[in-house]
Design a protein around this ligand. Structure first.
Ligand code: KG4
Ligand code: ZN
Length: 368
């Protein structure tokens, strides 16, 4: 069976055709995965502008779906179902995908499957690597989420912890903006950190032990927090700018007073990027492996946009080898938002007997 996946939760319009292979180890094969990125549109504004995003999804969705079908050599008649991201995400963006999927399902007489965006990210690991040894601990780390899940059986996801404030990707994007690196910040910091000294700047690691008031059922010590780190980077940069201005009387008298930011050297910016990245990646990898030990995991995985990060990928592999736990990552193309992962999660749900009705609505804060 072939399934069409549709993803429009944020700033990527994507459609994909995924096919069941019948092989238990590698259940799904990607026949096409078309992604129209809106990065060029949002870059100008330094971040995603929701209204511009939904309008662009409307412009792109028909062409993206047509192309996904054509690249897969499929017609509507070859499909067995349509899967769509129901949430979480930007509601205007989600509505474009959900409305399109409902209309297409009605017109083609196909069942509709509603998919949680993070279930898609988790299933990107299976799409890439085949079924994971279970139980598995999966870290989903993106622009909107930083959460640890326990997967005990295929298609079940138990939330163990999450960020109390910023998501890791969000911290990357904010720090990148502060350093003048543009949007999206993750890839820019990742690249620059390669030429920086990751011990140059002492930045705090946040430890959380108390329970979260909003989620008292969770113990709390596996939670994440990145807003303190972001503030520490901000303080460091402002402090250095004041020092630089202080050594230059003209700047001190005129420049700073007029709101001009004295420039840090390229090397200093690279050092800050590398130091920030070291702290973020170690916070992510440390908690992942604490959870793996606690739950006797037979594998660990990292998915979501930040899983494209080169240091995270390297550190995960290294730690997994040391602890003798197999580690799993999606390919770079499957790390950031794409519809193939939504199609995969949709197939899993469809086979478990879950379809959606025609009154399906987008849900910006859908729980998993
Ligand atoms: O999963 P995703 O495409 O969209 C969301 O669901 O949020 O993740 C996007 C996030 C952005 O914050 C971006 O800066 C981050 O993933 N990202 C990275 C890298 N590539 C993308 N962060 C760190 N290093 C990267 N190489
Ligand atoms: Zn995502």
């Amino acid at each position: 069976m072939r399934i069409l996946g549709i993803e429009t939760s944020c700033d990527e319009t994507s459609a994909a055709v995924v096919e069941e292979t019948g092989a238990p180890a590698t259940p799904w094969a990607i026949r096409s995965n078309v992604v129209a990125s809106q990065v060029a549109i949002h870059r100008e504004w330094g971040g995603v502008v929701p209204e511009l995003a939904s309008r662009q999804h409307i412009r792109d969705i028909c062409g993206v779906v047509d192309r996904a079908l054509a690249e897969a050599g499929s017609t509507w008649r070859d499909l067995g179902a349509i899967a769509v991201t129901q949430g979480p995400g930007l509601v205007g963006s989600l509505l474009v995908g959900v409305s399109f999927a409902k209309a297409a399902a009605a017109a083609a007489g196909l069942p509709l499957v509603a998919v949680h965006h993070l279930a898609g990210h988790i299933e990107s690991l299976v799409l890439q690597n085949g079924e994971l040894p279970l139980p598995s601990i999966v870290l989903v780390v993106s622009g909107g989420h930083t959460s640890l899940y326990l997967v005990e059986r295929p298609g079940t996801y138990q939330l163990l912890s999450r960020t109390r404030d910023d998501a890791a990707g969000e911290a990357y994007d904010k720090v990148a903006r502060l350093l003048g690196l543009g949007y999206p910040g993750g890839p820019a910091i990742d690249q620059l950190a390669k030429s920086g000294n990751d011990r140059a700047v002492a930045l705090p690691t946040t430890r959380l032990t108390h329970a979260d008031r909003n989620a008292p059922e969770l113990k709390g010590d596996l939670d994440f927090s990145f807003s303190g780190l972001k503030t520490a980077v901000l303080r460091h940069v402002r402090g250095r700018q004041a020092e630089i201005a202080g050594t230059n009387l003209d700047l001190a008298r005129n420049g700073v007073a007029q709101g001009f930011s004295p420039a840090l050297s390229d090397q200093e910016i690279a050092d800050i990027a590398a130091s920030f990245q070291r702290v973020v990646v170690s916070a992510l990898v440390d908690r992942l492996f604490v959870a793996a030990r606690r739950y006797g995991a037979k594998s660990v995985g990292v998915a979501g946009g930040v899983s494209a990060n080169s240091r995270l990928r390297a550190d995960l592999k290294e730690r997994g080898e040391r602890r003798e736990v197999p580690t799993f990552l999606p390919s770079l193309a499957l790390s950031t938002d794409n519809a193939a992962m939504i199609a995969a999660a949709g197939l899993r749900k469809f086979r478990a007997g879950h379809t959606a009705s025609m009154d399906l609505n987008a849900d910006a804060s859908l729980a998993l």
